[in-house]
Design a protein around this ligand. Structure first.
Ligand SMILES: [Zn+2]
Length: 351
């Protein structure tokens, strides 16, 4: 999984020189990729580096309606992650469609802005926190996370609906067990008919080996998705006449001389072990809530905030399983047949 996070802060003009000395004096463990690359090229080609060769030629760009010019840049790595640093000189910034949603700068843009883009192949954001702390200390800066906004996401959001709440640890641990198709098939069947006899579990998983059925059963019990019950079945009518938590309860009931309508004592009837799902499992299976929680957890781990996510929305009769602002792109998720079937980036759709 690729993780990208962006941070930025205002920078006073005096800090431009401090930026250069910060890069020149990076602590052990960090390497300035651009500067070291230039030095190596110069050494190999026998060329002389000028003092300002590492400073990019002012590159002016128009991004939405923001006009800016990159005046400093460097790529810093610790070997595992990349930190792209750039200093922009803000030339003009008018209210426009590509809005910043994490803070309200309005028209009080600083003259210079330091931007840090962090890239890594894992979801470990500790290197980012460490590096941001270092930058803040050395440049007396105050880097804040920012995200790009999406006008299409804002429009959909404004039609109503609330951001989701973060899943609890116990919800997530149960939901992640339901990813297993055999476990889920059994849980869905138990929910539908109010429990299953252990001897019937195999019928719910046609074509699966006995070992696979046993594995799914153990998984249901060990994770707490289901509990074991004892079922009493009348030998005469074949109807289920009682369901108790354990055999001890059955013995207690029998001591009270409770008997079946056919005249037999409970302990003389057919006694079978059954499994049934608990209420929390039923709630997770309703409208495939477990899948929404898994997707939500993945999005949060990618650094997307709850406010930029809407899940299980209905719009004019159309069910939208989830829509999310991912770095300025509106992304739609569609869950079909209890599995994730589509992820659509709206700009791709339009293109
Ligand atoms: Zn009976």
């Amino acid at each position: 999984m690729l993780l990208m996070e962006m941070m930025r802060t205002a920078l006073t003009p005096e800090k431009l020189a401090a930026f250069d000395s910060f890069i020149d004096g990076l602590p052990d463990g960090y390497q300035a990729v651009v500067r070291s690359g230039l030095s190596q090229q110069a050494r190999i080609l026998g060329a002389q580096l000028e003092p300002n060769d590492h400073i990019p030629r002012p590159l002016e760009r128009v991004y939405g309606v923001v006009h800016e010019r990159i005046v400093r840049g460097e790529i810093v790595t610790n070997g595992q992650s990349l930190c792209l640093l750039q200093v922009d000189e803000i030339l003009r910034n008018e209210p426009g469609t590509r809005v910043n949603v994490s803070d309200a700068d309005g028209d009080t843009q600083p003259q210079y802005q330091l931007r840090l883009t962090f890239l890594t192949g894992t979801t470990d954001r500790k290197p980012l926190e460490d590096f941001a702390t270092l930058v803040n200390k050395e440049l007396s800066a105050d880097l804040r996370k920012f995200i790009l906004g999406s006008q299409r996401f804002e429009d959909l959001k404004n039609e109503g609906g609330q951001p989701p709440t973060a899943p609890t640890h116990s919800e997530l641990s149960l939901a992640s067990e339901l990813i297993d198709k055999s476990v889920r098939t059994l849980a869905v069947a138990m929910k539908a008919v109010g429990g299953l006899l252990v001897s019937d579990l195999g019928n719910q998983l046609p074509g699966r080996s006995q070992g696979e059925v046993e594995r799914a059963k153990n998984s249901l019990l060990q994770t707490g998705l289901a509990v074991s019950e004892v079922v009493v079945i009348c030998r005469k009518s074949q109807a289920q006449i009682a369901c108790v938590p354990g055999r001890e309860t059955l013995e207690d009931v029998s001591r009270l001389s409770v008997i079946c309508a056919c005249g037999r004592a409970y302990l003389d009837e057919r006694i079978e072990e059954a499994l049934n799902v608990i209420d929390a499992t039923r709630a997770l299976l309703d409208s495939s809530r477990w899948l929404s929680l898994i997707v939500l957890d993945e999005l949060l781990r990618l650094g997307i905030t709850l406010d930029q996510i809407r899940i299980d929305q209905v719009r004019g009769g159309d069910e939208l399983d989830a829509f999310v602002n991912v770095s300025g792109e509106l992304v739609l998720f569609e869950f079909k047949d209890k599995r994730l079937s589509h992820v659509t980036v709206v700009s791709d759709l339009i293109a």
